[in-house]
Design a protein around this ligand. Sequence first.
Ligand SMILES: Nc1ncnc2c1ncn2[C@@H]1O[C@H](COP(=O)(O)OP(=O)(O)O)[C@@H](O)[C@H]1O
Ligand SMILES: [Mg+2]
Length: 259
Amino acid sequence: MSKTIDVTDLDIYYSKFLAVEKATMVIEPRSVTALIGPSGCGKSTFLRSLNRMHEVIPGAYCTGSVVVDGQNLYGKGVDPVQVRRKIGMVFQKPNPFPTMSIYENVLAGVKLNNKRLKKSDADDLVEGSLKGANLWNEVKDRLDKPGSGLSGGQQQRLCIARTIAVKPDVVLMDEPCSALDPISTLAIEDLISELKENYTIVIVTHNMQQAARCSDKTGFFNIEGTGKPGKLVEYDDTTKIFNNPSQKATEDYISGRFG
Ligand SMILES: Nc1ncnc2c1ncn2[C@@H]1O[C@H](COP(=O)(O)OP(=O)(O)O)[C@@H](O)[C@H]1O
Ligand SMILES: [Mg+2]
């Protein structure tokens, strides 16, 4: 559980278009790394390349390396399905399976991975995952009801429960709060702070207060113009990025001068 992600010279393409150029960063375990930057600078693209979700888009590929636990995820013979099992992802819009019960939603990822589970083990896994996602108390009396009956914030925590039920090492989150109200957002931020005890967390956010509140490290991506590749401009401790960045572009961005 909880692994270092060592990214070196990652060039990320959509066919001929270079979307992110030469990204290099070491993402620490048991910590939250936030990725910020203006729209279109490649945050989501970079995030999806960390668990080989990028290449599901036709023509999309990358070069360079992403090493987790001594293994280059892009090395020969690496099974992307296994990679995605160890490096889970939570999306912007909560996406529980609407016709499945809360219980079945938690197990959906585990089932996809072909795990046969005894009923008692499944019950334990559902309870543990929902507790891990700070949702258990709110849903324990209605586990058989559809996941779609929950509020947006609860649905997002259900999706997080589904992700951690698979027992990943890393959890990637792409703007997980952008569809949520402020109270649900704070609940998810609290949860992120708890999850970092056990997982490596990487979160894309357009909310700089959120990055400042809940991350240990921050990476600032920027783009020089349309058609140009996004670049990781600065990566450092979150307090450094927000109080005393080294790059002018970072300072301009965090002080709201553009983006
Ligand atoms: N499926 C796609 N096909 C082609 N280009 C894409 C695709 N998704 C994103 N892009 C392009 O890649 C660049 C980075 O996009 P994205 O990673 O979504 O940025 P961000 O998440 O920072 O807003 C943009 O120029 C965007 O238009
Ligand atoms: Mg994005």
